[in-house]
Design a protein around this ligand. Structure first.
Ligand SMILES: N[C@@H](CCC(=O)N[C@@H](CS)C(=O)NCC(=O)O)C(=O)O
Length: 393
C-alpha cells in the first residue's frame, strides 16, 4: 500500500499537497474525486465533498492541505520526508507562515479572477478540466454550468467584482515583478529548499495561475522566473539549473534579502487589511453568538466553510474593508485564522530575543499587526472540520 491523494489537476488546494509530496519524494498515487473509491469510501467518512484528501497506507484519512503536510512534518510520516518544511529559525518560520496564508488565501483573488473572467481564453480548457471532477461519463453542459456557476459565485465572495478587476490585475502583476526579482538570487522563497511558504504560494500559482490559459500566458510573458519556480516546485527530481551550485541552505535571518522584505511589504498592502477585517468580523460574530458550543462551528451544515455558513455573500458572514483605495466586501473564512494561529503558536515558543527580532522584521514591512491578531475563540480542527474552541480566559 502506498499513500493515495484524492484530488484533481484543476484544484488549487490539491496543488499544494501534490507539490509537497513530490518535493519531499513521498511515494503516492493520485485518484480523482469522481472515482467510486472517493465517492463511496471517502465522502461518507467526511460527510462532504472536498479535496484534497490523503489516505495513508494504514487507512487514515487526512483532509486539508496543511494537515496533509503536517502528517509528514510533525506526524507519523515524519521519516519519509526529505527535509524540514518548517524553518528552524523562528523569524524565518514566522515569515514562512505568512506566505502559507497569503499563497492559499490572499492569492485566491487573482486566482479566481484569471480563471473566471477570461472566458474567451479559458472556457474550453476549463470545460475539459472540470470533467475530471465528476464520475466518468457524467460530465455534460449542465454539470459544467452547475459547477462553474458555484465557482463564479465563490469568486464574488472573495472580492472578485467588476469594479476590482483592474486593481486585481495591477496587483498581481506587481506581485509577479517582485517575486521575479527575488528569484534572481534564490531558487525558493527562503533560499535553498522549499518551505511551507512556497507550498502556500504554489496553491494559487499552480492549478489556476500557471495552468489556466490566460494567466499562464501572463506569467510566461512577464515573469518567466516565476514560471520556472512553479516548475521547480512541481517536479520530483531536482530542477535547479542556474542554482545547481546552491548549497541548499536557507537565507540568513539576520540579513534578510531586500527582495523578500519587498514581498512582505506587498502582502501588508494586498492582504493584511482583509485579515484584520476578518478577525474583527469574527470577533463581533462570536460576541453575538456565545451559545456556540466549543468543539462545534455552530452551523446548520457543519461542512460549510464561511463564518455563518453558506457559500456566497449572504450579508452576515462578511467583512468590508479598504483595499488599494476601494471598498471590498468578502466572505469571512475561519480556516484562515486556524492557519494564522500556527504562526502565533510557534512564535510564542521562541526565545524573547527571537520574538523581538521577528517583530522588528515584521514592523519594518508593515506586517506587525499580523502578530497580534486574535479571535476571542481559537479555531480548531476536529474530525477534519474547522470548529470553535472554548472562550479564552
Ligand atoms: N483549506 C482546504 C480547502 C479545500 C478546498 O476548498 N478545496 C476545494 C477544491 S480546490 C473544494 O473541494 N471545494 C469543494 C466545494 O466547494 O464544494 C484544504 O486545503 O483542504
Amino acid at each position: 500500500m502506498t499513500y493515495v491523494l484524492y484530488g484533481a489537476p484543476v484544484s488549487l488546494y490539491t496543488g499544494k499537497a501534490r507539490a509537497y509530496l513530490r518535493r519531499q519524494g513521498i511515494d503516492f498515487v493520485e485518484v480523482l474525486p469522481g472515482s467510486d473509491r472517493y465517492l463511496e469510501h471517502i465522502v461518507p467518512q467526511l460527510d462532504r465533498w472536498i479535496i484534497p484528501v490523503l489516505e495513508t497506507p494504514d487507512g487514515e484519512i487526512v483532509q486539508d492541505g496543511a494537515d496533509i503536510i503536517d502528517h509528514f512534518e510533525q506526524g507519523p510520516g515524519h521519516d519519509l520526508r526529505a527535509f524540514d518544511s518548517y524553518p528552524q529559525d523562528p523569524t524565518l518560520r514566522a515569515i514562512a507562515h505568512v506566505f502559507e496564508v497569503f499563497g492559499g488565501e490572499g492569492l485566491l483573488r487573482p486566482a479566481m479572477h484569471y480563471r473566471w473572467n477570461f472566458d474567451d481564453q479559458n472556457l474550453d480548457y476549463l470545460n475539459a478540466e472540470f470533467s475530471l471532477l465528476v464520475p466518468p461519463g457524467s460530465h455534460d453542459e449542465d454539470a459544467f454550468a452547475h459547477n462553474s456557476g458555484r465557482m463564479r459565485r465563490a469568486a464574488v465572495a472573495f472580492g472578485v467584482v467588476p469594479e476590482a478587476f483592474e486593481t486585481i490585475e495591477a496587483g498581481f502583476e506587481e506581485f509577479l515583478d517582485r517575486f521575479s526579482e527575488h528569484l534572481v538570487d534564490h531558487p525558493y522563497l527562503l533560499g535553498g529548499h522549499p518551505t511551507i511558504g512556497d507550498f502556500g504560494l504554489i496553491a494559487a500559482l499552480w492549478a489556476h495561475l500557471y495552468r489556466d490559459p490566460a494567466p499562464a500566458m501572463l506569467i510566461k510573458r512577464r515573469a518567466p522566473r516565476v514560471g520556472r519556480w512553479v516548475e521547480r516546485m512541481t517536479t520530483a527530481e531536482p530542477y535547479l539549473h542556474e542554482f545547481a551550485d546552491h548549497d541548499g541552505s536557507l537565507v540568513d535571518a539576520d540579513a534578510l534579502p531586500t527582495t523578500l522584505l519587498d514581498l512582505m511589504r506587498y502582502i501588508s498592502v494586498d492582504y493584511l487589511p482583509e485579515l484584520i477585517a476578518h478577525v474583527d468580523a469574527a470577533n463581533r460574530y462570536l460576541a453575538a453568538n456565545p451559545q456556540i458550543e466549543a468543539g462545534t462551528n455552530g452551523l446548520d451544515r457543519p461542512g460549510d466553510r464561511g463564518l455563518t455558513g453558506g457559500r456566497g455573500l449572504e450579508g452576515r458572514g462578511t467583512a468590508t474593508f479598504e483595499w488599494r483605495g476601494m471598498e471590498l466586501t468578502t466572505a469571512v473564512m475561519p480556516y484562515r485564522f486556524w492557519l494564522m494561529q500556527k504562526l502565533h503558536d510557534d512564535l510564542a515558543g521562541a526565545s524573547p530575543e527571537a520574538q523581538m527580532r521577528t517583530r522588528d522584521v515584521f514592523r519594518s514591512c508593515g506586517l506587525e499587526p499580523w502578530l497580534d491578531l486574535r479571535t476571542f475563540r481559537r479555531v480548531e480542527r476536529v474530525n477534519n472540520l474547522e470548529v470553535w474552541g472554548p472562550e479564552e480566559t
